[in-house]
Design a protein around this ligand. Structure first.
Ligand SMILES: Cc1ncc(COP(=O)(O)O)c(C=O)c1O
Length: 412
């Protein structure tokens, strides 16, 4: 008999991005474009004002426990922020956000409260690997994957086809825009079509319950006009489907350049006010039995960030730096004609872009060659895709990485 429980036996530490990032850091002079952070000159990109916010906090503000759901003030401020940034929604249907330990805990909470063994999870073919830890290793959901792109266009037909072939009665649809790893956010028209696909499906299958998770980790980093779309805002009419529940998961991690503060939020959008109350109690109970309550320090800092013009200006400036990197990246990709050598998946937002390598090149081999011969670390996601975090690349390195990838490919 083993010491481990069934879950303990199943649990793994995946050989994922953190290991590849560690390897990159061990190579002298290598530039790290593996991880989901934003950096400048190799150091974390920051909102400097946070330092004076922290210095001016007093013990009595941050030492006490906060309520399990989060401080009243942060919950109110975050709700106001969501309402301001999602003009189409009806504030009456929006629950008050509940604070979680990072967005990861928000996902884990929703996954645990609404899905279990034998339920279905619908994902694109490329996705944030941690979803699998939560939904399959812990919860034994059945995974259905659709192609995100066909001929480098958002593949709505495939989403519709796969969704309509799901037999399970409980389905979680996980939408993550701006997307990790591709950096794609659908256009306004694509969002409209996607909403209709889900609406038709839910209306046709009244016996099924559909949970829509909007993983908004990279919210706000939208770089193209027609793709400047919040998922909740674009899909808000799904609230009319009684068998559909929408959850918006977001946080300060990437939005406020505060990866280590570990503050996320879970917010629901539903017309059913009794359900809203019931869900709030259940989420509270779930958090009570895991982290009990969130860091009061992180919440107090965030309250001050959200009400401090200087901090907001700095956040907007950082967003602009990433936008400029995006523009330069597009320019240099075109100039070097990189798409004649590899398939660059469509991207218009967020931290990343993804390359599909030619069949004869293995992604892990390519990653190693690029790292040890050209001193750039990227993330090999599977056999054929590499993800590059341009959020970690200063302008000169954006130019250099594209040239290095090209050379590396030509020298294969
Ligand atoms: C798509 C996506 N969702 C969620 C998270 C988790 O965010 P957090 O660090 O707030 O837990 C990440 C982090 O990289 C992510 O890329």
């Amino acid at each position: 008999m083993s010491f481990f429980s069934k879950l303990g036996k199943d649990m793994i530490l995946p050989p994922d991005v953190l290991i590849q990032s560690k390897e990159t850091n061990s190579v002298d002079g290598a530039i790290n474009a593996t991880i989901g952070m934003a950096t400048e000159n190799g150091k974390v990109m920051k909102i400097k004002e946070i330092e004076s916010i922290i210095k001016n906090l007093n013990f009595f503000e941050y030492l006490p426990y906060s309520p399990t759901t989060g401080t009243d003030n942060i919950r109110k401020l975050w709700k106001e922020k969501i309402i301001k940034e999602n003009k189409n929604i009806n504030p009456d249907y929006l629950s008050t956000p509940i604070a979680t330990t990072g967005i990861t805990q928000a996902i884990d909470t929703v996954a645990n409260l609404f899905s279990q063994k034998g339920d279905a999870l619908l994902l694109p073919d490329l996705f944030w690997a941690n979803y699998l830890q939560i939904f399959t290793i812990k919860l034994k959901n059945n995974i259905y994957k659709y192609n995100q792109f066909e001929d480098n266009k958002y593949d709505l037909k495939n989403i519709e086809f796969i969704l309509n072939n799901i037999k399970e009665d409980k389905i979680t649809i996980l939408l993550n825009f701006p997307n990790n790893p591709t950096g794609y956010t659908p256009s306004t028209e694509e969002f409209e079509k996607l909403t209709n696909i889900i609406k038709q499906f839910t209306n046709k299958n009244k016996n099924k319950k559909i949970i829509i998770i909007c993983d908004d980790a990279y919210f706000g980093l939208f770089f193209e006009e027609n793709h400047n779309n919040s998922t909740l805002n674009s899909m808000h009419t799904l609230v009319d489907c009684e068998n559909c529940l929408i959850a918006k998961l977001d946080g300060i991690t990437k939005e406020f350049y505060s990866w280590g503060l570990r503050l996320g939020f879970v917010t629901f959008y539903t017309k059913n006010s009794n359900l809203k109350i019931e869900i709030e109690n259940k989420v509270q109970g779930f958090l009570r039995s895991s982290t009990s309550s969130n860091s009061t320090l992180a919440q107090k800092i965030t309250e001050k960030i959200l009400t401090n013009d200087k901090a907001i200006d700095e956040k907007n400036n950082n967003d602009k730096i990433i936008l400029e990197r995006y523009k330069l990246l597009k320019e240099i990709i075109n100039k070097e004609k990189l798409n004649t050598l590899v398939k660059i998946l469509p991207f218009n937002s967020g931290y990343f872009f993804t390359i599909k390598l030619p069949n004869k090149i293995n992604a892990e081999d390519f990653r190693k060659k690029l790292l040890y011969e050209y001193h750039f670390g990227v993330y090999a996601m599977d056999e054929s895709h590499i993800r590059i975090a341009f959020s970690c690349l200063d302008n000169e390195n954006i130019i250099n990485i594209i040239k290095s990838i090209k050379k590396c490919l030509l020298n294969y």
